[in-house]
Design a binder for this molecule. Structure first.
Ligand code: FAD
Length: 390
């Protein structure tokens, strides 16, 4: 697990995340999957332990660590045994909040970011809409100006943490006629009149996290809740997407490694035609290929994370096109490799792979989201082709 990027301090942090998961999460996860929601105290406890804040600046309530803290956390979270919980926690720490840290006013930092990092307020990221996901510029949720306020109308869907978020980092159009250039981002407190959770969506997997459809009916928020400049939201979102995609790659790769380990353990015990199935050369070669591909997926993720860390934490500049390309490549490759891992390990379990008694069934369901959420594999290839000048 260790690379030169992880110091002793990172490893201590990693251990604290692992202990939290083993002692406080694992004993409950089956129940929360059944309930299709984990309790709110998990956010509070994770905040208390500094899990969300490790890689944020101290003046924003963080611990001032670099990006490798976030990678270490993301690698531990799959030990929860269900994909929904890592997803919800990473929305809180790496998807809904980076742009608030980058662009928030002192008021927005106090009102939204700091309580989110402490786990006191739940954060969501509102980009996707019923009519558009990949094509962000086609969004229709919009804000008109009235006095010092924005009045917001529209809807969002697929929003993780959406049924109980205290605030949403919300993309909308401040100029509905414009494409990319009409998009802005606001911090949206959900206790505003006219805001409704219209539906909790039922999912194939990631059951213990909530995913919601949201409705905005003349919701009024002060214009000072704008993040950065009006009309620059698409550019900010593209920056924010990089941390979202990268952290998902780190977590998915680590999760697939666990799945492969569990598959190998199963194969040692399961006997067919007089010997353990792990002794069949056809399966040995398959498992070896998967292990090689996972190493490659991890190496590409680390290369992208190194570039991201250097730009964002050392040079303190925006993520470059070159790093965006690397992160997009990692998203595609990790998606393909981890899909192959869960599908092969399920096959290796035979009929038991299809039965909920074994963790592989859930891992297979949960992993399927990876090639869709945060940018589909096809959309990633589309961006990479553009970045390669094709
Ligand atoms: C469980 C879950 C949680 C989610 N959480 C969030 C969240 O918290 N916040 C949020 O904002 N969103 C969230 N999403 C939404 C997710 O990011 C979108 O589903 C995703 O970006 C794809 O958008 P779409 O569903 O509208 O698909 P579409 O954009 O309609 O795509 C449909 C198909 O067309 C393909 N396609 C689209 N564009 C191209 C192209 N240029 N070239 C080739 N093929 C293309 C796609 O690859 C896909 O196969 C979540 C989704 C799920 C399922």
């Amino acid at each position: 697990m260790t690379t030169t990027h992880f110091t002793e301090a990172h490893e201590m942090f990693r251990k604290s995340v692992r202990d939290f998961i083993e002692k406080e999460i694992r004993p409950n996860i089956e129940q929360w999957e059944e309930d299709e929601l984990f309790p709110r105290w998990v956010f509070e406890r994770a905040g208390e332990l500094g899990i969300f804040a490790a890689h944020y600046p101290e003046e924003h309530g963080g611990a001032g660590g670099d990006y490798w803290y976030s990678i270490a956390k993301a690698q531990e979270l799959p030990r929860t045994g269900a994909g929904g919980l890592p997803m919800a926690l990473m929305v809180q720490s790496d998807m809904a909040t980076p742009v608030v840290s980058d662009l928030g006013t002192p008021e927005q930092i106090e009102l939204f970011l700091k309580p989110a990092l402490r786990g006191e307020k739940i954060a969501a990221l509102g980009v996707s809409e019923p009519g558009c996901g990949s094509d962000v510029a086609a969004m229709r949720t919009w804000a008109r100006k009235e006095g010092d306020d924005y009045v917001i109308n529209g809807s969002k869907t697929f929003i993780t943490n959406g049924t109980r978020a205290d605030f949403i980092t919300l993309m909308l159009k401040t100029d509905p006629e414009a494409g990319h250039g009409g998009i802005s981002i606001v911090t949206f407190p959900t206790d505003v009149k006219g805001f409704h959770v219209s539906k909790k969506l039922k999912k194939i997997g990631n059951w213990c996290s909530d995913t919601a459809e949201l409705f905005f009916d003349d919701c009024r928020i002060p214009q000072r809740f704008l993040l950065g400049e009006e009309g620059q939201g698409f550019r900010y979102l593209m920056q924010n997407f990089q941390s979202e995609r990268l952290i998902a790659c780190a977590s998915a790769t680590a999760g697939a490694k666990l799945t492969l380990e569990e598959g190998i353990a199963y194969g040692r015990e399961r006997v067919a035609f007089g010997k353990p199935i792990i002794k069949r050369e056809v399966w040995q070669h398959k498992l070896v290929d998967l292990a090689i591909k996972l190493e490659a997926a991890e190496a590409l993720t680390y290369r992208a994370a190194d570039a991201y860390n250097t730009e964002r934490y050392v040079d303190k500049v925006d993520v470059s096109f070159e790093t965006t390309k690397l992160i997009s490549m990692a998203k595609v490759f990790v998606g393909d490799v981890t899909s192959e891992v869960v599908d092969s390990v399920l096959q290796f379990h035979g009929g038991w792979g299809y039965i909920e008694d074994f963790r592989i069934a859930r891992a297979w369901r949960d992993q399927r989201l990876f090639r869709i959420g945060g940018g589909t594999s096809e959309a990633m290839r589309y961006y990479i082709a553009k970045l390669m000048g094709l």
